[in-house]
Design a protein around this ligand. Sequence first.
Ligand code: SAH
Length: 243
Amino acid sequence: MAHLQTIIYTMIYFVSLGPGDPELITLKALRTLREADYIYTPVPVSRKGRHTSKAAEMMLSLGIREEQIQLYDLPMSKDRDGALEAYDLVARTASQKQQDEPDARIAIVAEGDCGFYSSSAYIGEQIEQAGLATEQICGVPAFIACNGRLGGQLVQLEEQCTVIPGEATEEEWVRAWQSAHTIVVMKGSLCEAEIKSAITRYPDRKWHYFEFVGMPKEYITSQTSDILEREFPYFSIIISKCR
Ligand code: SAH
Protein backbone atom coordinates (compact mmCIF):
# COMPACT_ATOMS: atom_id res chain seq x y z
CA MET A 1 0.00 0.00 0.00
CA ALA A 2 1.33 3.37 -0.94
CA HIS A 3 2.05 5.69 1.93
CA LEU A 4 0.38 9.01 1.82
CA GLN A 5 2.88 11.69 2.45
CA THR A 6 1.73 14.90 4.03
CA ILE A 7 3.37 17.86 2.41
CA ILE A 8 3.25 21.03 4.44
CA TYR A 9 3.48 24.07 2.23
CA THR A 10 4.93 26.74 4.42
CA MET A 11 4.34 30.28 3.48
CA ILE A 12 5.42 33.59 4.91
CA TYR A 13 2.68 36.18 4.53
CA PHE A 14 3.20 39.85 3.73
CA VAL A 15 0.19 41.50 5.26
CA SER A 16 -0.90 44.98 4.19
CA LEU A 17 -2.19 47.06 7.08
CA GLY A 18 -3.68 49.87 5.00
CA PRO A 19 -2.89 53.54 5.55
CA GLY A 20 -3.40 53.76 9.32
CA ASP A 21 -7.14 53.85 9.98
CA PRO A 22 -7.79 50.41 11.56
CA GLU A 23 -11.10 50.19 9.68
CA LEU A 24 -9.24 50.24 6.37
CA ILE A 25 -7.51 46.88 6.85
CA THR A 26 -9.05 44.11 4.74
CA LEU A 27 -10.89 41.16 6.28
CA LYS A 28 -8.34 38.84 4.70
CA ALA A 29 -5.41 40.71 6.24
CA LEU A 30 -7.11 40.73 9.64
CA ARG A 31 -7.84 37.01 9.47
CA THR A 32 -4.24 36.27 8.49
CA LEU A 33 -3.00 38.33 11.45
CA ARG A 34 -5.41 36.63 13.85
CA GLU A 35 -4.13 33.24 12.73
CA ALA A 36 -0.46 34.22 12.85
CA ASP A 37 1.86 32.97 15.57
CA TYR A 38 4.54 35.54 14.80
CA ILE A 39 3.91 38.98 13.31
CA TYR A 40 7.08 40.91 12.47
CA THR A 41 6.35 44.58 13.05
CA PRO A 42 8.60 47.65 12.64
CA VAL A 43 9.37 50.17 15.38
CA PRO A 44 10.71 53.36 13.77
CA VAL A 45 13.96 54.56 15.34
CA SER A 46 15.18 58.07 14.52
CA ARG A 47 17.80 60.39 15.96
CA LYS A 48 15.14 61.36 18.51
CA GLY A 49 15.01 57.75 19.74
CA ARG A 50 12.59 54.85 19.52
CA HIS A 51 9.09 55.87 18.43
CA THR A 52 5.90 54.00 19.21
CA SER A 53 5.04 51.45 16.54
CA LYS A 54 1.92 52.73 14.75
CA ALA A 55 1.54 49.29 13.20
CA ALA A 56 1.61 47.58 16.60
CA GLU A 57 -0.86 50.07 18.10
CA MET A 58 -3.24 49.54 15.23
CA MET A 59 -3.06 45.74 15.47
CA LEU A 60 -3.62 45.84 19.25
CA SER A 61 -6.70 48.00 18.66
CA LEU A 62 -8.00 45.24 16.38
CA GLY A 63 -7.59 42.56 19.04
CA ILE A 64 -4.25 41.11 17.93
CA ARG A 65 -2.44 39.87 21.05
CA GLU A 66 0.80 41.38 22.26
CA GLU A 67 2.52 37.98 22.32
CA GLN A 68 1.92 37.57 18.57
CA ILE A 69 3.75 40.81 17.79
CA GLN A 70 7.51 40.59 17.23
CA LEU A 71 8.90 44.11 17.17
CA TYR A 72 12.00 44.98 15.18
CA ASP A 73 13.87 48.29 15.12
CA LEU A 74 13.73 50.13 11.80
CA PRO A 75 16.21 53.03 11.51
CA MET A 76 14.60 56.00 9.77
CA SER A 77 17.19 58.08 7.97
CA LYS A 78 18.07 59.21 4.47
CA ASP A 79 20.93 56.73 4.47
CA ARG A 80 19.22 53.43 3.69
CA ASP A 81 21.96 51.16 5.06
CA GLY A 82 20.42 50.90 8.54
CA ALA A 83 17.01 50.04 7.12
CA LEU A 84 18.48 47.42 4.78
CA GLU A 85 20.28 45.78 7.71
CA ALA A 86 17.02 45.73 9.63
CA TYR A 87 15.19 44.14 6.68
CA ASP A 88 17.96 41.55 6.31
CA LEU A 89 17.61 40.68 9.97
CA VAL A 90 13.82 40.28 9.69
CA ALA A 91 14.19 38.10 6.61
CA ARG A 92 16.78 35.90 8.35
CA THR A 93 14.82 35.69 11.60
CA ALA A 94 11.50 34.89 9.89
CA SER A 95 13.11 32.30 7.59
CA GLN A 96 14.87 30.63 10.53
CA LYS A 97 11.65 30.61 12.54
CA GLN A 98 9.81 28.97 9.65
CA GLN A 99 12.50 26.29 9.35
CA ASP A 100 12.57 25.66 13.13
CA GLU A 101 8.78 25.59 13.44
CA PRO A 102 7.33 24.46 10.08
CA ASP A 103 3.77 24.63 11.41
CA ALA A 104 4.10 28.20 12.65
CA ARG A 105 2.22 30.88 10.78
CA ILE A 106 4.41 33.86 10.09
CA ALA A 107 3.36 37.31 8.95
CA ILE A 108 5.37 40.41 8.12
CA VAL A 109 3.36 43.61 8.12
CA ALA A 110 3.64 46.56 5.75
CA GLU A 111 1.94 49.94 5.81
CA GLY A 112 -0.50 50.72 3.02
CA ASP A 113 -0.28 48.04 0.35
CA CYS A 114 2.67 45.65 0.61
CA GLY A 115 3.16 45.72 -3.17
CA PHE A 116 3.46 49.48 -3.54
CA TYR A 117 6.86 51.09 -2.75
CA SER A 118 7.09 48.66 0.13
CA SER A 119 9.96 47.30 2.20
CA SER A 120 8.34 43.92 1.58
CA ALA A 121 10.03 43.81 -1.82
CA TYR A 122 13.50 43.59 -0.30
CA ILE A 123 12.51 41.34 2.60
CA GLY A 124 10.65 39.06 0.18
CA GLU A 125 13.70 38.67 -2.08
CA GLN A 126 15.82 37.58 0.89
CA ILE A 127 13.19 35.09 2.06
CA GLU A 128 12.80 33.62 -1.39
CA GLN A 129 16.57 33.29 -1.69
CA ALA A 130 16.41 31.23 1.51
CA GLY A 131 14.10 28.89 -0.44
CA LEU A 132 10.83 29.81 1.27
CA ALA A 133 7.60 30.86 -0.38
CA THR A 134 5.79 34.12 0.28
CA GLU A 135 2.28 35.36 -0.29
CA GLN A 136 1.08 38.97 -0.46
CA ILE A 137 -2.19 40.06 1.10
CA CYS A 138 -3.00 43.32 -0.65
CA GLY A 139 -4.40 46.41 1.01
CA VAL A 140 -5.43 50.04 0.62
CA PRO A 141 -2.45 52.21 -0.41
CA ALA A 142 -2.10 55.58 1.33
CA PHE A 143 -2.64 57.65 -1.83
CA ILE A 144 -6.02 56.00 -2.39
CA ALA A 145 -6.95 56.80 1.22
CA CYS A 146 -5.81 60.41 0.66
CA ASN A 147 -8.11 60.80 -2.31
CA GLY A 148 -10.91 59.20 -0.30
CA ARG A 149 -10.52 61.93 2.35
CA LEU A 150 -10.67 64.54 -0.43
CA GLY A 151 -13.69 63.03 -2.15
CA GLY A 152 -14.21 62.78 -5.90
CA GLN A 153 -12.21 60.99 -8.54
CA LEU A 154 -8.44 60.62 -8.40
CA VAL A 155 -8.59 60.18 -12.18
CA GLN A 156 -11.53 60.10 -14.53
CA LEU A 157 -12.28 59.53 -18.21
CA GLU A 158 -9.08 59.96 -20.26
CA GLU A 159 -6.92 61.24 -17.41
CA GLN A 160 -3.78 59.41 -16.44
CA CYS A 161 -2.16 59.15 -13.04
CA THR A 162 1.58 59.44 -12.46
CA VAL A 163 3.09 58.51 -9.11
CA ILE A 164 6.45 60.04 -8.21
CA PRO A 165 8.25 58.55 -5.18
CA GLY A 166 9.70 61.84 -3.91
CA GLU A 167 12.56 61.97 -6.37
CA ALA A 168 12.60 62.47 -10.14
CA THR A 169 14.73 64.14 -12.78
CA GLU A 170 14.10 67.79 -13.65
CA GLU A 171 12.68 66.64 -17.00
CA GLU A 172 10.27 64.23 -15.29
CA TRP A 173 9.02 66.92 -12.89
CA VAL A 174 8.42 69.40 -15.72
CA ARG A 175 6.64 66.79 -17.84
CA ALA A 176 4.42 65.92 -14.86
CA TRP A 177 3.46 69.51 -14.04
CA GLN A 178 2.88 70.46 -17.66
CA SER A 179 0.63 67.48 -18.31
CA ALA A 180 -3.15 67.55 -17.95
CA HIS A 181 -2.99 64.53 -15.66
CA THR A 182 -3.14 63.76 -11.96
CA ILE A 183 0.23 63.66 -10.20
CA VAL A 184 0.65 61.85 -6.89
CA VAL A 185 3.87 62.54 -5.02
CA MET A 186 4.91 60.24 -2.17
CA LYS A 187 7.66 60.80 0.46
CA GLY A 188 7.04 64.54 0.66
CA SER A 189 10.13 65.24 2.77
CA LEU A 190 12.35 64.28 -0.19
CA CYS A 191 10.90 66.93 -2.51
CA GLU A 192 9.58 69.79 -0.37
CA ALA A 193 11.49 72.45 -2.36
CA GLU A 194 10.35 71.04 -5.73
CA ILE A 195 6.68 70.98 -4.69
CA LYS A 196 6.77 74.49 -3.23
CA SER A 197 8.36 75.86 -6.37
CA ALA A 198 5.87 74.01 -8.60
CA ILE A 199 2.94 75.45 -6.61
CA THR A 200 4.07 78.95 -7.51
CA ARG A 201 5.01 78.07 -11.10
CA TYR A 202 1.78 76.15 -11.86
CA PRO A 203 -0.99 78.11 -10.09
CA ASP A 204 -3.69 76.65 -12.40
CA ARG A 205 -3.19 73.18 -10.99
CA LYS A 206 -5.11 72.15 -7.85
CA TRP A 207 -2.82 71.23 -4.97
CA HIS A 208 -3.80 68.90 -2.11
CA TYR A 209 -1.53 68.04 0.78
CA PHE A 210 -1.89 65.12 3.24
CA GLU A 211 0.04 64.13 6.34
CA PHE A 212 -0.45 60.99 8.47
CA VAL A 213 -3.75 60.12 6.84
CA GLY A 214 -6.05 57.99 8.99
CA MET A 215 -3.95 58.60 12.09
CA PRO A 216 -4.65 60.83 15.10
CA LYS A 217 -2.30 63.56 13.82
CA GLU A 218 -3.79 63.62 10.32
CA TYR A 219 -3.47 66.98 8.57
CA ILE A 220 -5.03 67.79 5.20
CA THR A 221 -5.16 71.06 3.30
CA SER A 222 -5.95 72.28 -0.19
CA GLN A 223 -4.84 75.86 0.53
CA THR A 224 -1.58 76.57 -1.27
CA SER A 225 -0.65 79.22 1.33
CA ASP A 226 -0.84 76.52 4.05
CA ILE A 227 1.17 74.04 1.98
CA LEU A 228 3.88 76.64 1.35
CA GLU A 229 4.29 77.18 5.10
CA ARG A 230 4.35 73.52 6.01
CA GLU A 231 7.45 71.48 6.79
CA PHE A 232 6.81 68.18 4.98
CA PRO A 233 7.41 65.02 7.03
CA TYR A 234 8.28 61.73 5.34
CA PHE A 235 4.66 60.56 5.86
CA SER A 236 3.18 63.10 3.50
CA ILE A 237 1.59 62.89 0.07
CA ILE A 238 0.83 65.62 -2.45
CA ILE A 239 -1.90 65.16 -5.04
CA SER A 240 -2.05 67.65 -7.88
CA LYS A 241 -4.96 67.64 -10.33
CA CYS A 242 -5.87 69.83 -13.28
CA ARG A 243 -9.50 70.26 -12.22
N1 SAH B 1 3.17 50.84 0.83
C1 SAH B 1 2.77 52.19 1.12
C2 SAH B 1 3.78 53.19 0.62
C3 SAH B 1 5.12 53.08 1.32
S1 SAH B 1 6.27 54.30 0.79
C4 SAH B 1 1.39 52.45 0.51
O1 SAH B 1 0.84 51.53 -0.10
O2 SAH B 1 0.87 53.52 0.66
C5 SAH B 1 6.14 55.43 2.14
C6 SAH B 1 5.34 56.65 1.76
O3 SAH B 1 3.96 56.34 1.79
C7 SAH B 1 5.48 57.81 2.71
O4 SAH B 1 6.64 58.58 2.41
C8 SAH B 1 4.22 58.60 2.44
O5 SAH B 1 4.37 59.38 1.27
C9 SAH B 1 3.24 57.50 2.12
N2 SAH B 1 2.35 57.18 3.25
C10 SAH B 1 2.17 55.97 3.79
N3 SAH B 1 1.22 56.02 4.74
C11 SAH B 1 0.80 57.31 4.80
C12 SAH B 1 -0.18 58.00 5.57
N4 SAH B 1 -0.91 57.38 6.49
N5 SAH B 1 -0.34 59.32 5.34
C13 SAH B 1 0.38 59.97 4.41
N6 SAH B 1 1.31 59.36 3.66
C14 SAH B 1 1.52 58.05 3.85
